[in-house]
Design a protein around this ligand. Structure first.
Ligand code: NCD
Length: 311
């Protein structure tokens, strides 16, 4: 792996990725690791390194895939999956203090926290690399990396594609991070499909404009579905709503059933960061276009590549 290409110490936001050559390095390494695993030919480059996974919010894929990635590379893992209760946060310790301390025990910290901006704060005090595994409704950059890697693997390219981002674009941090990476590609067209009250925040729309990415906003998935190469749907982020009634009104706004896919191109793919609630009916899981389980698996290799690079 070309370490000289890697100048980032922490991964906090996809805004840190300034050109796609770095993404290609990561994607190549992820693919190499997958091939090595398939033939059972692993070296253990992270022997004696320790990853701390510090999660103040629930997680299945992100935490397990990071921990599995570290173990497969020969490293060790220390972890708290409910840090707001099982760390000294409950005694009133600040995040900054907690990170300083854990940074003395571990070589890298994967942090998920409900507050937007928390990963940045952690990176300012941490003696070791911080990976943002989700900061509230802010960003989730490693998810965006595995999402794009999935598009590249499934469709062979990213330039020139039409990508539909569907659902909770307001609070969906995977969407926010994905916008940052898509801005690096050529001739990408984005359809932002959401209920009116869950539109993509203006800062991210501005970022698309500045990058010269063409996008349109709509509420009607059926009106645009036939144009899409990628249909990326997200869960309405229940935990971010101030009003339960508002959430209840919106939670089933988009539910994709087999009939809804009649007009989706044959070669298109359906993606979801998961967990799904009611957005995608299980009847779709056997459709070859349903890429979401393959997408989740790709997370393991992308995270292995990232750990190798950062350490
Ligand atoms: C996402 C998250 O936590 O933002 N999950 C994940 O990491 N795959 C998406 C979600 O929770 O809806």
């Amino acid at each position: 792996m070309r370490r000289d290409k890697w100048t980032l110490k922490h991964i906090i936001s996809t805004g840190q990725f300034l050109d796609k050559s770095l993404l290609n390095v990561i994607f190549k390494e992820a693919h190499k690791l997958e091939v090595k695993e398939t033939v059972g030919n692993f070296s253990v480059p992270l022997k004696n390194k320790i990853l701390a996974s510090v999660f103040y919010e629930p997680s299945t894929r992100t935490r397990f895939s990071f921990e599995a990635a570290m173990l497969k590379l020969g490293g060790g893992v220390i972890s708290t999956e409910n840090a707001s209760h099982f760390s000294s946060a409950i005694k009133g310790e600040s995040l900054a203090d907690t990170i300083r301390i854990i940074g003395g025990y571990a070589d890298i910290i994967v942090l998920r926290h409900p507050q937007e901006g928390s990963a940045l704060i952690a990176s300012q005090v941490s003696p070791v690399p911080i990976i943002n595994a989700g900061d509230g409704a802010g960003e989730h950059p490693t998810q965006a990396l595995l999402d794009l890697y999935t598009v590249q693997r499934e469709l062979g390219k990213i330039d020139g594609l039409t990508i539909g981002l569907v659902g909770d674009l307001l609070y969906g941090r995977t969407i926010h991070s994905l916008i940052g990476l898509l801005s690096l590609y050529k001739n990408v067209t984005i359809c932002l499909i959401s209920p009116p009250s869950l539109r993509l925040p203006i800062a991210y729309r501005r970022r698309l404009k500045q990058a010269g990415i063409s996008f349109k906003e709509t509420t009607a998935l059926q009106g645009v579905i036939s144009n899409l190469d990628v249909l990326y749907i997200t869960r309405v982020q229940k935990e971010r709503f101030a009003s339960q009634a508002h959430y209840e009104k919106l939670k089933d706004y988009y539910t994709i059933k087999p009939a809804a896919l009649k007009n989706l191109k044959k070669h298109a793919i359906i993606m979801h960061p998961l967990p799904r609630v009611s957005e995608i009916s299980q009847d779709i899981d056997d459709d070859p276009r349903a890429a979401y389980f393959r997408q989740a698996k790709n997370g393991l290799y992308i995270r292995m590549a990232l750990l190798k690079m950062l350490l």
